[in-house]
Design a protein around this ligand. Structure first.
Ligand code: ZN
Length: 290
């Protein structure tokens, strides 16, 4: 029995030797975590924008170009979240398959400076994570048919975890007091969550973090917080907290905590996507119940 076990272990480690692993590149940390859960040891994963990183304003490096060049599969969010990656794919002429994990999500869009812009932050509705997981699984199975069964198995295990967390999220938000559903964050990253649960998120910065808000826009937001008696403002892990602290001070709202908007935390509970989601929901819940 023991011999058989050793043999099986050897066989397993042999079956995922480096040479056999497909090379997968993800654009940012949240996609990397979902992909790691499904790909497991069968893939060699390189991620581009890491924990606490801001993908909106990311500048590519020669190292990124090499990753993209060598990849078998590139997984991006889509919805215009990573235009820099599309440029990199074009300029390196990589032979990799490129997929958009958000494919099939019902997209939101917003009017910004007179233009209609798609909202890329679809991962902030946990229900959409089932779509992300399905797209990633399908792409891995097509890129590496030899391990299709393993990807399917990992997907099914992960899907159960998403669904278990969805029950917690639904219950938590369902019980929020009706008058306490307005929140201020740094940039408009939580529209999909707000739409799913009837919470209104307001931000001094728009869908992207590229443009800084003007003094007049900040003043208007402070007036709105006072007028609407918004209780809490939240800082984001990818953003400098100073502006939000100033807004809290001048408006009389309290700082409700840190929300993880576009990136995982480097360590702790929010260092996985599902951990991040639970952390955000529990932080919002705690602050809004005060
Ligand atoms: Zn964002």
């Amino acid at each position: 029995m023991r011999k058989l076990l050793v043999f099986c272990t050897l066989l397993l480690s042999f079956s995922v030797s480096a040479a056999e692993r497909i090379k997968v590149v993800t654009s940012f940390s949240i996609l990397a975590d979902i992909t790691r859960n499904i790909g497991g040891d069968y893939i060699e994963l390189s991620n581009i924008v890491g924990p606490d990183g801001d993908a909106h304003v990311y500048e590519v490096t020669p190292k990124d170009a090499r990753k993209v060049q060598d990849a078998n599969l590139i997984i991006e969010n889509g919805l215009h979240f990573e235009p820099w990656l599309d440029r990199l794919v074009a300029s390196t002429e990589t032979a990799a398959t490129v997929i958009k994990a958000s494919n099939g999500v019902i997209p939101r869009s917003l009017e910004e400076d007179g233009e209609t812009i798609p909202d890329p932050h679809a991962w902030n509705n946990l229900a959409n994570a089932t779509i992300y997981a399905a797209n990633i699984t399908k792409a891995l199975m097509e890129a590496d048919r030899a391990h299709a069964a393993q990807y399917q198995h990992n997907h099914d295990v992960y899907l159960k975890k998403i669904k278990a967390l969805l029950v917690h999220v639904d219950k938590t938000f369902h019980n929020l007091p009706a008058g306490n559903r307005r929140i201020v964050t740094s940039h408009d990253a939580f529209g999909y969550m707000g739409q799913a649960y009837g919470i209104q998120f307001i931000a001094p910065q728009g869908l992207s973090t590229e443009r800084e808000p003007s003094a007049a826009e900040v003043a208007a937001l402070i007036r709105q917080i006072r007028q609407d008696k918004i209780k809490a403002v939240f800082v984001e892990n990818i953003k400098d907290a100073r502006l939000l602290k100033q807004i809290a001070e001048e408006s009389g709202a309290h700082i409700g905590g840190t929300l993880y908007s576009d990136a995982l935390a480097a360590e702790g509970p929010a260092s996985t996507y599902l951990g991040l989601y639970k952390s955000n929901v529990d932080t919002l819940d705690k602050a809004l119940r005060r």
